[in-house]
Design a protein around this ligand. Structure first.
Ligand code: GRG
Length: 299
């Protein structure tokens, strides 16, 4: 099977499970449930579940063992997007071309939908009932829970968001910018890979270390590419000078090092990531493909 086809199948697997994740739960608060489903099932790329599945499969693990982790990661990601879009944070009206959760529903419901998704992530990882074909030992599940909690909490994604909010209008050094992104987006991307590695139930220390370095490189490449896409879409919408001005107000890679240097840096990190995977051979092919897609994506 081609790598592209394999990734499409994994994406379909994630979408199918996400469609059922909330729909199949008892309906305690219908409006809240509708808001959660609205954000969870409306067309993300599913990059993080794909990283989880591809890592697990690359280490000869079963996809069934990776299902809870793939769901948990996407729940945390979706919660972060819902909260990030709120008026108190980025105040965005559109996400993935659709009204954001607080616009389609209301602000209080969007806050609650994010809260509920965060709890749902840890329920999906810890319960034995939702994914009966996952047969990981409790010690492995506990490790996954710990890693996800650390990556998403006060020293991970939430810390990154806090640094981001407090740096608006300020100049950041390249080191400070990298630290912010390492927490804000890098930590969850790394956790996606680490949870997949744990789901294989047979990861050796050397592969664990290699995958950690791979995750750090693709996490940063993802963010630089995100900054590049931002500036390019601003420039397309507003014209060259204005777009560049807007991007320069925010601490971003293109603003600090210039657009062409930022593109070079993203490419260099991707090359580094691919080189790290080389010793893992053909088994790492889907992960390699994902690293390439991260830098080639246009949205
Ligand atoms: C509110 C606690 C809290 C955290 C928010 C991740 C984050 C922190 C904010 C997201 C804001 C943002 C647009 C960051 C840039 C990188 C990013 C995470 C983009 C969205 O991820 P994709 O491209 O999204 O994987 P899809 O739509 O494909 O799921």
């Amino acid at each position: 099977m081609s790598q592209q086809k394999q990734l499409v199948e994994l994406q379909q697997r994630a979408n199918h499970l996400l469609d059922n994740l909330v729909s199949s739960r008892p309906n305690t608060a219908p409006y809240l449930k509708k808001a959660i489903n609205y954000s969870l099932t409306q067309g993300g790329k599913r990059l993080r579940p794909l990283l989880t599945y591809a890592t697990c499969a690359g280490l000869n693990g079963s996809l069934e063992n990776a299902d809870p982790a793939a769901m948990a990661i996407e729940c945390i990601h979706t919660y972060s997007l819902i909260h990030d879009d709120l008026p108190a944070m980025d105040d965005d009206a559109l996400r993935r071309g659709q009204p954001t959760c607080h616009i389609a529903f209301d602000e209080a419901t969007a806050i609650l939908a994010g809260d509920a998704l965060q709890a749902l992530a840890f329920e999906a990882l810890s319960t034995n009932d939702w994914y009966p074909d996952c047969v990981l030992p409790p010690s492995t599940k506990l490790k996954q829970i710990q890693i996800l909690a650390q990556a998403s909490g006060m020293n991970g994604m939430v810390a990154g968001q806090s640094i981001d909010l407090s740096s608006v209008g300020k100049q950041l050094s390249l080191e400070q910018l990298e630290n912010m992104h390492h927490c804000k987006t890098g930590a969850l991307i790394k956790a996606s890979i680490q949870l997949g590695a744990l789901a294989s139930n047979q990861v050796e220390e050397s592969a664990w270390q290699q995958l950690g370095r791979f995750a750090d490189a693709v996490g940063l490449a993802f963010q630089i590419q995100d900054d590049i896409l931002d500036i390019e879409s601003d420039t397309e919408t507003l014209g060259k000078t204005q777009g560049a001005d807007i991007a320069n107000d925010k601490p971003t890679y293109p603003a600090i090092m210039g657009l062409s240097q930022a593109k070079q840096k993203a490419q260099q990190l991707t090359d580094e990531a691919l080189a790290i995977l080389a010793p893992l051979g053909q088994a790492a092919a889907p992960l390699k493909q994902l690293a390439l897609l991260i830098i080639q994506r246009n949205h």
